[in-house]
Design a protein around this ligand. Sequence first.
Ligand code: 5GP
Ligand code: MN
Length: 338
Amino acid sequence: MNFEQVTALKKLLSSSKRIAIVPHKNPDGDAIGSTLALSHYLSKKGHETQVLAPNDFPKFLKWMPGATEILNFERHNTEVKKFIENADLIFTLDFNDFGRVGQMAECLENASAQFIMVDHHQQPSDYAVITYSDVTISSTCEMVYTLIDAMGDRDFIDSDIANCLYTGIMTDTGSFKFKATTSKTHRIVAELMDKGADNTAIHEKVYDTNSPSRLHLLGCALKNMVILEEFNTAYITLTQEELDRYDYEKGDTEGFVNYGLTLNNIRFAVIFIENKDEGIFKISFRSVGDFSVNEFARNHFEGGGHTNAAGGKSEKSLQETIDYFISLLPNYKKELTA
Ligand code: 5GP
Ligand code: MN
C-alpha cells in the first residue's frame, strides 16, 4: 500500500462506518481468511462490519473465527441486499471484477457506498476509490496483514486475526511452496504464529478432514485423467453424475487439479467439473513455468486469475468443451514444450 492509499484509507475510517466486506463466489481459504481477518480488525477499530459472501463455502473453513456469522447472498438474500444498500464502505477482497460475485454483481453495481479493493489477481477493474492491487503478493491475506501494518496497527492483530490470515496464506501458497512465497511471507507467518496462529491445528482442520466419499471421488477423478504427452498437458473431467455418485459436497474437489502437475514433464493441468444447476462446466487451470493460464482462461473460457492458477467456465457439453480445449493446444505447443 502506498502513502496516498494509507492516507485515503485513514480518512475514510476516521469516523465510525458501516462496512460490508465481500469475497468472491465459491470463496476459498484466502477469500474467507482475508474477509474475516479484515472484519475482526475493523470492528476492533470501532466500525460495524459484516462479511457478505455470494454463496456458501466449504466445511473445512467453517471452524474459522467468525465464520458462522458470514451471511451468504443465496441463503440470506434480503439481509445481504439491505446491508449493501445501507453500507458506507464496501471492501472487496480476493477478486477485482464484479463478474466474480455471480448473481450478487447487480447488488454491488447499484450500491451507493464507496469501494475499496484488496486483491492480487491480474487486470483489476476500475470501481474502487482505493485500489490496493498487487499481483506479486502471495495472497490477499498477506495484503490484509500489509494493510494493517501500513495503518500502524499491528498491535490489533490478535489470535483470531492471526488464525484467519495464516489460513489464507497457507492455502494460497500451497503450504508455502508456490513462487509468490517470499522471505517476507515467512516473516509475516512467523509473526502470526507469535500472535496465536496455531499452524498445526490449521493444517489439520483444512487438509486432514477427508471423508471416505471424497477420497473415492478423487479416485474417480484420477481414473478419468487424460494425458496429452504431445502438449505436456493433463486434464481431468468430473460429470454431475460422478459427483452425485460420490456424495459430492462443496470443497470436495479442491486441489484435484494439482495432481496433473505432479507428473513428470506435465506443465499444464486442467479439471472440468460439471455444475448442472448452473448449466456449466467450471474449469480450473494450473501451470508451471511461464505458460500463463490467466491469459488462456481469459481468452478462451471467460475467466482469469494468476499466471499459474486460474479458472473459467464453459456452457458447452462436456464433449464439445474438451474438443474445443484440445483444438486450442496446438497454438500453445511452443510454450508448453519449450
Ligand atoms: P480455482 O481454480 O482454485 O477455483 O481458482 C484459481 C484462481 O483463479 C483463483 O485465484 C481464483 O480466484 C481465480 N478464478 C477462478 N475462477 C475464475 C473465474 O471464473 N474468473 C476469474 N477472473 N478468476 C477465476
Ligand atoms: Mn487469493
